[in-house]
Design a protein around this ligand. Structure first.
Ligand SMILES: [Fe+2]
Length: 293
C-alpha cells in the first residue's frame, strides 16, 4: 500500500486564514535589513518594516501563535491541526551549543538558503529563533518563532533558519508521513527541482495581479510559462479546477512512484500511523542529515 505523503496545496484559503488568527497576537515578521550584524541579531530597519500574516499566507507560509506548550501531546488545538494537515510523525529537537556536538557547523548549514521537498513544520516548545523566507521580489522576510508558535513553510520555498542571541530553541518537528530532513541548498539544481517549479506556480496563481519579478521566473521552463500565460486568461473557477487537477495528477504520480518501491519500503509505511510519535533525539546519534531544521 502506498504511503500518502499528502502533497501540499501551497497558498491561502479562507479556512486557513481563519485558523491563522487563532491568537490575539499574530506572529511577528519584518523585512530583513542586511547589515553586517551577526545573523542572530534582529536585523530590523529603522523604523521597522513589518510584514503581515496575510502577506505570509500569500507566500504560502502558515502560522499559529499562543498554543499551549505544556502537555502538548494532549493539546486539542494542536492535535486538530495535526489531523487536518496529516502531520502524523514528530520528533523533538533542541538547538543549543551544549546540545549539539557540531553546533557551529550545523547552525551555519541551517542559515544557508535552501528548500525542502516537503513542508517544514515547527512547533516551538521553548526559546526563540528566526525563519527567513524569500518575498515575491527576492527580499528576505524575517519571521520570529518563539514558544507557542507553530509555523509551516511550503515545499519548494527558499528559506533559512537561525537562533536569536540567546542561542537556544527547542522545537517539535512534525512531518506528513516519512520524516523529511534533507535540505537542498539554493542553486541551479534546486532551482530546477519540480517542487520549486510547483511553488512558483502556486505563488503565481495566488497573486492575482501577477506582479512576480522576472528573476523568479527565469528558471521556469517554456512549457511552464506558456501554461501560466494560459491560466492568466482563465476564470477563477477554471483556475481552481486546474489546480485540483494538477494536484490530483501529482498525487497519482507519487502513488505510482511509491507503488513501484520495494516491499521493504512499503513495510516501513506501517510505522507511520495516525498517532504522533515523539522522539527525543540523542545528541550522540545526530547525523548531519538528521539535523536539518
Ligand atoms: Fe529548512
Amino acid at each position: 500500500m502506498a504511503i500518502e505523503l499528502a502533497p501540499t496545496i501551497v497558498g491561502p484559503s479562507k479556512q486557513e486564514l481563519g485558523k491563522t488568527a487563532s491568537g490575539s497576537v499574530p506572529i511577528r515578521a519584518w523585512y530583513y535589513n542586511p547589515t553586517d550584524d551577526p545573523p542572530s541579531h534582529p536585523h530590523q530597519y529603522t523604523p521597522n518594516r513589518e510584514v503581515s500574516v496575510e502577506h505570509l499566507i500569500e507566500l504560502g507560509v502558515l502560522t499559529w501563535t499562543q498554543i499551549e506548550t505544556e502537555d502538548y501531546h494532549t493539546n486539542e488545538f494542536l492535535n486538530n491541526i495535526k489531523v487536518d494537515r496529516s502531520y502524523n510523525y514528530g520528533e523533538v529537537l533542541t538547538v543549543a551549543p551544549d546540545r549539539l556536538n557540531n553546533f557551529e557547523a550545523l547552525t551555519q548549514k541551517f542559515f544557508t538558503e535552501h528548500l525542502h521537498e516537503e513542508e517544514e513544520i515547527r512547533f516551538i516548545l521553548d526559546g526563540i529563533g528566526y525563519e527567513d523566507v524569500k518575498d515575491f521580489d527576492g527580499q528576505w522576510i524575517r519571521i520570529e518563532i518563539k514558544k507557542g508558535d507553530l509555523i509551516v513553510l511550503p515545499p519548494g520555498m527558499y528559506h533559512r533558519f537561525t537562533l536569536d542571541e540567546n542561542n537556544y530553541l527547542k522545537a517539535l518537528l512534525l512531518y506528513q508521513g516519512k520524516p523529511c530532513r534533507i535540505q537542498f541548498d539554493q542553486g541551479p539544481d534546486a532551482d530546477a527541482m519540480e517542487v520549486r517549479k510547483r511553488y512558483l506556480e502556486s505563488v503565481l496563481l495566488c497573486k492575482q495581479n501577477g506582479d512576480i519579478k522576472d528573476n523568479q521566473l527565469e528558471n521556469i521552463s517554456y512549457e511552464d510559462k506558456t501554461k501560466d500565460d494560459q491560466l492568466e486568461n482563465k476564470s477563477y473557477e477554471d483556475k481552481t479546477k486546474d489546480d485540483q487537477l494538477e494536484n490530483k495528477s501529482y498525487e497519482d504520480t507519487k502513488d505510482d512512484q511509491l507503488e513501484s518501491k520495494s516491499d521493504e519500503e512499503d513495510d516501513v509505511s506501517v510505522v507511520y500511523t495516525p498517532t504522533i510519535h515523539s522522539l527525543e533525539l540523542a545528541t550522540t546519534n545526530m547525523s548531519f542529515q538528521a539535523m536539518t531544521v
